[in-house]
Design a protein around this ligand. Structure first.
Ligand code: GLN
Length: 487
């Protein structure tokens, strides 16, 4: 592997500017790395070589002319395969969209292209982003680069694994209940979910629209901050996107954090944590103390309901969002239906995988007349209470911390037939989506088998700069983020 692939985006940008390597060479090096690992890791559904090399060429032309480069120009990036890029297949890792070719760009994709970021390929995921292990992909499993018998986490498993294995330097994922933070923690990298509305969802295949948010993966907090800056901003095409100026997040990374109040979420401190994860959390608390922060124990009394709330709201929304896949408008169509009803039902029965069907059925049930008040309405009311818990907490502290997951990456197959065990993997991440607040997972150590552990940091809505600052200071106090998977 070209050694430069192991560097952060910030370091690669310098190398490009100093002409140590050209953008085309760097992109080609990423493709060589992908070729080398593809069979082992299963990271990508498809590669977008032409787009990537075209973009890289433009970067080299700018460098040759001595022109200023946009942020992250020339840095190889993997796009989760539920985001549209013109001319590429956008499958959401589902049979129903196996041959769907994007006729348009997602807003985030357009922003990446405008910034001359070479998009190397479409990263594998759990079908329609439903899952926590990437085992729900209709195509193949993604393996964890730290141990090929383990899952990379989901649903953005391909995005996370590609960055951890240096196939790409950056990636984008989508996070509805933890799908960026969880795989980041399992793969030993940084993954960040922005405030709801900070990043446009236009061109992202919708799962649960009131929870979905696109965010960055990187091998350092600084790179993640820069990537968020590139993709953020108001978009008239997404009515939920916030009309607020985009900040230069990287400028506050090194701010002094002395005197800041760090809340440790009581409910996520003990229950179900493995010994190693618990130790890593204690270690994180010590780090913040050493950086001059005050540690406060914070209770979020309604947090324990968040998985239940999520699995009613997310499934209700997905049952509606996925109604459009009916064999008429997009993708797969059953070959010989006898009438319209059969066309719908057989297309969906043949096109969707088992987890997607389970969610559609759950959601349809929760929304059906007679059950709506008991399930959907109650869940909405409870969502407001969870949000209130966070509001109260942030009156007392600047940030909240917890492990990103109570355990490290588990063995492939070990939870695949137990949906409830799988759903519980997201106990620490889901509530941030319910409350719409930003969250990040940063490398925080390793378990006794050498698997990475992630620290989750949460901040109030739109306090991304604070979040990155607190995460960066933690990261720089350790060497964890510098360790790469040996693959
Ligand atoms: N694991 C959760 C689920 O299966 C979250 C997925 C996500 O954030 N997209 O729904």
């Amino acid at each position: 592997m070209n050694e430069l692939l192991k560097k952060t985006a910030a370091e690669q940008s310098k190398a490009l500017k100093n002409k140590e390597i050209s953008a085309v060479e760097l992109t080609q090096a990423a493709f060589e790395r992908i070729d080398e690992l593809d069979e082992k890791l299963g990271t990508f559904n498809s590669l977008t070589k032409e787009t990537a090399l075209d973009t890289a060429k433009k970067v080299d032309e700018k460098i040759a002319k001595g022109e200023e480069l946009p942020l992250l120009a020339g840095i190889p990036l993997a796009l989760k395969d539920n985001m549209n890029l013109i001319g590429s297949k956008t499958t959401a890792s589902s049979k129903i969209l196996e041959n769907f070719v994007s006729p348009f760009n997602a807003t985030i994709t357009q922003k990446l292209l405008d910034n001359l970021v070479p998009i190397v390929g479409k990263a594998n995921l759990d079908e329609f982003a439903m899952g926590s292990s990437n085992e729900n992909s209709a195509f193949r499993n993604v393996k964890n680069p730290w141990n090929l018998n383990k899952v990379p986490g989901g649903s953005s498993g391909g995005s996370a694994a590609s960055v951890a294995a240096c196939e790409a330097t950056l990636a984008l994922g989508s996070d509805t209940g933890g799908s960026i933070r969880l795989p980041a923690s399992f793969c030993g990298i940084v993954g960040m979910k922005p405030t709801y509305g900070r990043v446009s969802r236009y061109g992202l295949i919708a799962f649960a629209s009131s929870l979905d948010q696109i965010g960055p993966f990187a091998r350092s907090v600084e790179d993640a901050a820069n990537l968020l800056e590139v993709i953020s901003g108001h978009d008239p095409k997404d009515s939920t996107s916030l009309n607020l100026p985009v900040e230069h997040y990287a400028s506050s990374l090194n701010n002094d954090i002395k005197g800041k109040k760090v809340g440790v979420i009581k409910e996520l401190m003990s229950e179900g944590l493995t010994e190693d994860v618990s130790k890593a959390l204690q270690n994180a608390i010590e780090t913040y103390k050493n950086l001059g922060c005050e540690i406060v124990e914070i209770s979020l009394p309604r947090l324990k309901y968040s998985i239940g709330i999520y699995y009613i709201l997310a499934t209700a929304e997905c049952s509606s969002n996925l109604a459009r896949f009916d064999g008429v408008r997009y993708g797969y169509r059953t070959p010989d239906a006898k009438n319209l009803m059969e066309l719908y039902t057989r297309t969906r029965a043949e096109g969707f995988g088992p987890e997607v069907k389970r969610r559609i059925m759950l959601g349809t049930y929760a929304l059906s007349s007679g059950y709506y008040d008991a399930y959907y309405k109650k869940a909405q009311q409870m969502r407001a209470l969870v949000t209130e818990d966070f509001k109260k907490a942030f009156e007392q502290v600047d940030i909240l911390i917890s492990p990103t997951c109570p355990n490290t990456a588990f063995d492939l197959g070990s939870k695949a037939s137990d949906p409830l065990a799988m759903y519980l993997t997201d106990i620490a991440t889901i509530s941030a989506n319910l409350a719409g607040i930003p969250g990040i997972s940063v490398p925080a150590g390793f378990d006794k088998d050498g698997m990475p552990i992630g620290l989750q940091i949460l901040a109030p809505q739109l306090q991304e700069s604070r979040l990155f600052n607190m995460a960066h200071r933690f990261e720089q106090a350790h060497e964890y983020y510098k360790q790469l998977a040996k693959i």
